[in-house]
Design a protein around this ligand. Structure first.
Ligand code: ATP
Ligand code: 5RP
Length: 402
C-alpha cells in the first residue's frame, strides 16, 4: 500500500491509504481508497473506485441564493451538448447534476450544520461556521487528482444532512454555491472562477418573482429573509468577487431614469486580464473605449432601446476589460448582428452564441445581457478546457509529473 497523498489535511492524511493502482482495459486505474465520509469523519470507509487518467478541470461559480446559478449551469452544460441529470438511482433530493462532460456539485452539500443546528447556534448558512471547508478542500482536491469521493448531501426539502453520494472525477467539475472562492485552499484548485453579482434591487425583484409567484411566500417574509442574510452576505459572500476571473454584474437599467421595476437590466461582463487560457471578449477594437447603440436597420429596439459599452477598467486593483449591455432584445434572432461585432468569443462557427440563445429562449434572461454573457462565459469555459487538455496532451508524461 502506498500512502495516500490526496487528503492532505492533518486529520485525514495519517489514516488514509490507497492500494497500488492497476490499469484496466478502459485506461482507468482500479484503486482501493480508504477515506472518511462527511457525516462520520471519525469512521473509515473502504471503497473501490476508478481514478481517471484524464485531467479534471475545476470551475468555481459563486453567487447568493436565487441569483441565477442553476440557469447559468444549464447554459454551460448545453454548450458541451447533452443534458445534465441527478445521479441515476441516487437520492431524489441530490443537488448534483451530471452530464457527459460536466459534473456540477452544489456547495450547500458542505453545510456542517443542518437547518436545526443553524437555528440552535444562531448562524446562517452563509456563515463559514456552518460549513466544512476542510472536507470541501479534501474532496475537490481528490476529484481534481482523479479520485472519486463520497460527498455529503444537504437536503433542501428536509433541512437535514443525508447519507453521502459517490462522485466520480468528471472532465469538468463545477463547484457552485455560496463559497467556492472563500477558502484559499479551495480557491487555488480552481482553473477558472465566476461570480454572479446581482444588485440588491434586482435580487429583490427576482426573489419576489420566484418566491411569491412560484412558492407562495409573502412580500414581508421575502423582505425579512433578504435583510436577515445581508450582514453575512456582505461579510462572506460578496468579497469573493475580487478573486473571480469573470464577474457578471446585474444592475438596474440606466436607460429609464429612476427605474425600480428591475425588469430592464444593465449587465456588465467584467473580465480579468492576464488569466491563463482566457482571452477576454471585446467589442469592435481591443483595448479601446466604445459606446454603441446598435438600434437601427439591423436591430429592432422598442423603448427604452439597447446600449452597449466596452472599455478597460480597474476592479479591486486588477486590470479588467468590461463589456456592458443595457436594455433588452425584441427579436432574439437579430442577436446575430450584435454577435458579429464581438470578437474573441471562442465560438466554433459563425452565429454559435445566437444559436445557443435561441435554443434556450425560455430560460430567464434570454432577452438581455444576463443570458448573453452567461452564454459567452460558457463558450470561454469550453475553450479553456480544450486548451488545458491540449497542453496536457503535448506534455511528455515524465515532465507532467515533475
Ligand atoms: N437572468 C435572469 N433574469 C430574470 N430572472 C432571473 C434570471 N436569472 C434568474 N432569475 C430568477 O431567479 C430565480 C432563481 O434562478 P436560479 O434557480 O437560476 O438561481 P439559483 O442561484 O440557482 O437559486 P438557488 O440557489 O436558490 O437554487 C429564477 O426562477 C428566476 O425567477
Ligand atoms: O443560501 C442557501 C444556499 O442555497 C440556502 O439558504 C442554504 O443552503 C440553506 O438551505 P435551506 O434554506 O433549504 O435550509
Amino acid at each position: 500500500m502506498a500512502a495516500c497523498t490526496v487528503y492532505s489535511t492533518q486529520s485525514l492524511s495519517t489514516n488514509c491509504s490507497i492500494s497500488t493502482p492497476s490499469k484496466t482495459q478502459h485506461g482507468f486505474h482500479q484503486r482501493q481508497v480508504v477515506f472518511y465520509t462527511t457525516s462520520r469523519r471519525n469512521s473509515k470507509r473502504v471503497i473501490t473506485c476508478a481514478a481517471s487518467d484524464s485531467q479534471t478541470v475545476v470551475i468555481g461559480l459563486a453567487a447568493d441564493s436565487g441569483c441565477g446559478k442553476s440557469t447559468f449551469m444549464r447554459r454551460l452544460t448545453s454548450v458541451f451538448g447533452g443534458a445534465a441529470e441527478p445521479p441515476k438511482g441516487g437520492n431524489p433530493d441530490s443537488n448534483t447534476l451530471i452530464s457527459d462532460t460536466t459534473t456540477v456539485i452544489c456547495l450547500d452539500d458542505y453545510h456542517s450544520l443542518d437547518r436545526t443546528g443553524r437555528k440552535e447556534k444562531g448562524v446562517t448558512a452563509l456563515d463559514p461556521r456552518a460549513n466544512d471547508f476542510d472536507l470541501m478542500y479534501d474532496q475537490v482536491k481528490a476529484l481534481k487528482d482523479g479520485i472519486a469521493v463520497e460527498k455529503p448531501i444537504y437536503n433542501h426539502v428536509t433541512g437535514l444532512l443525508d447519507p453521502p453520494e459517490l462522485i466520480k472525477p468528471p472532465r469538468i467539475l463545477v463547484i457552485e454555491g455560496l463559497h467556492p472562492m472563500f477558502d484559499p485552499r479551495v480557491r487555488d484548485l480552481l482553473d477558472f472562477s465566476i461570480y454572479l453579482d446581482i444588485s440588491n434591487e434586482v435580487k429583490f425583484a427576482w426573489k419576489i418573482q420566484r418566491d411569491m409567484a412560484e412558492r407562495g411566500h409573502s412580500l414581508e417574509s421575502i423582505k425579512a429573509s433578504i435583510e436577515a442574510r445581508k450582514p453575512d452576505f456582505e461579510a462572506y459572500i460578496d468579497p469573493q468577487k475580487q478573486y473571480a476571473d469573470a464577474v457578471i454584474e446585474v444592475l438596474p437599467t440606466q436607460l429609464i431614469p429612476d427605474d425600480n421595476e428591475g425588469k430592464i437590466l444593465r449587465v456588465r461582463l467584467i473580465q480579468k486580464e492576464g488569466v491563463k487560457y482566457f482571452s477576454p471578449v471585446y467589442l469592435f477594437d481591443e483595448g479601446s473605449t466604445i459606446s454603441w447603440i446598435p438600434c437601427g436597420r439591423k436591430l429592432t429596439c422598442s423603448y427604452p432601446g439597447i446600449k452597449f459599452f466596452y472599455g478597460p477598467e480597474t476592479y479591486y486593483g486588477n486590470e479588467v476589460s468590461v463589456v456592458e449591455m443595457d436594455g433588452q432584445f425584441d427579436r432574439l434572432d437579430e442577436l446575430i448582428y450584435v454577435e458579429s461585432h464581438l470578437s474573441n468569443l471562442s465560438t466554433k462557427f459563425y452565429g454559435e452564441v445566437t444559436q445557443q440563445m435561441l435554443k434556450h429562449a425560455d430560460f430567464p434572461g434570454s432577452n438581455n445581457g444576463t443570458g448573453l454573457f452567461q452564454t459567452i462565459v460558457g463558450l470561454k469555459i469550453r475553450d479553456l478546457y480544450e486548451q488545458i487538455i491540449a497542453t496536457k496532451a503535448e506534455t511528455p508524461v515524465g515532465a507532467a509529473k515533475a
